[in-house]
Design a protein around this ligand. Structure first.
Ligand SMILES: *Cc1c(COP(=O)(O)O)cnc(C)c1O
Length: 340
């Protein structure tokens, strides 16, 4: 295995559980979650549902499983679903929305801003047709939008999008892998960003730093069905409280996301001063445009800085393992590199 980069900005998934999390895992009260319910899992699910203003929740081993379980509930053969360009469900989940959930994707442009479709394009993509056309049944949104650069859909736009979907007879699923970051950036309660959605998937293993886990939230009937689907997908875990305990610590640490956002701005400012073409970050993701992103990522790796390419750009992600000093060190390493 290649050595890890000294300053790892490839993703906010690279965090390792801290002492507080490990202590909570060691002390977790556990039971068999497949047979009945693990008490710590139940506590985590209840707390996530409350924070997101939804009636019920179900722990999932990954965000991908949370998304596909939701889509399996919402879609049938012959259905079409709408999602913004470069959405995770479109290109980063092996097409499971199509082959497991049976939905045909239809891509919405980012005509509302980076990562954001407009209500008008939602309406335009649901025009009913003759009997041999697909039925458009689902709008799948992503907040923040990862590949657009961790971009935020504000509350008013979210409301307008879900209203357009509802008027058009669509159910809404929110891929909220980084919904915590959106809420922190907007300074709003995360529940403000879930109203109007039938299902929401949130990750505990991204910026919040848990080693494993996502949560799907919805109403009680859908969550009972999601529990069956999770079992079907092989996602039932036994003494899951060990993992849920880390998830609870992660969930309660979301106040610190503002630091990650400040570090992303520090990185973007520094790169710009060094002549790089960088988008202004809205959350913890910084996108840079270079002539040959793959070559830039290789040069960064040689300088001890981990980054990746997404959607033809170079992506840096800040997280709880990165300090302001790490950003200074990354910038010093970048100073030696060609800017474009
Ligand atoms: C990471 C991510 C997921 C999937 O989560 P996993 O836990 O990696 O399966 C889904 N959507 C978005 C936007 C993500 O960034």
């Amino acid at each position: 295995m290649a050595a890890l980069p000294r300053i790892d900005l490839r993703s906010d998934t690279v965090t390792v559980p801290d002492d507080e999390m490990r202590r909570a895992m060691a002390a977790a009260d556990v039971g068999d979650d497949v047979l009945d319910h693990d008490p710590t899992m139940a506590a985590l699910e209840e707390e996530v549902a409350a924070v997101l203003g939804m009636p019920a929740a179900l722990w999932m081993p990954s965000g991908t499983m949370g998304n596909v379980a939701a889509l399996m509930m919402h879609l049938q053969r012959g259905d079409k679903f709408l999602a913004p360009e470069h959405a995770h469900v479109l290109g980063s989940e092996l097409g499971s929305a199509a082959w497991l959930a049976q939905g045909m994707p239809d891509v919405l442009p980012h005509d509302g801003g980076p990562g954001r479709p407009t209500p008008a394009s939602v309406r335009a993509h649901v025009a009913p047709g003759p009997y041999f056309s697909l039925r458009t049944t689902l709008l799948c949104l992503e907040n923040t939008h990862n590949f657009a650069g961790g971009t935020v859909t504000p509350v008013s736009e979210w409301r307008a999008l879900t209203a357009a979907a509802t008027e058009s007879g669509l159910v809404v699923h929110l891929d909220g892998a980084r919904l915590w970051n959106a809420a922190a950036a907007l300074g709003v309660d995360p529940a403000e960003l879930t109203t109007g959605a039938a299902t929401v998937q949130v990750c505990l293993s991204k910026g919040l730093g848990a080693p494993v886990g996502s949560v799907l939230v919805s109403d009680a009937v859908r969550i009972a069905e999601a529990r069956r689907i999770r079992k079907m997908l092989g996602g039932g875990v036994r003494q899951g409280g060990v993992l849920a305990a880390a998830g609870l610590v992660a969930l309660r640490s979301r106040d610190r996301l503002d630091d990650d956002h400040a570090h992303a701005r520090q990185l973007a400012d520094g790169l710009r001063e060094r002549g790089w073409a960088v988008d202004e970050p809205e959350t913890n993701i910084v996108l840079a445009t270079t002539e040959d992103p793959a070559a830039t990522v290789r040069a960064l790796a040689a300088a001890g800085v981990g980054a990746v390419t997404v959607a033809g750009r170079v992506r840096f992600v800040t997280h709880r393992g990165i300090s302001a000093e790490d950003i200074d060190a990354a910038l010093a390493a970048c100073a030696a590199l060609p800017t474009a």
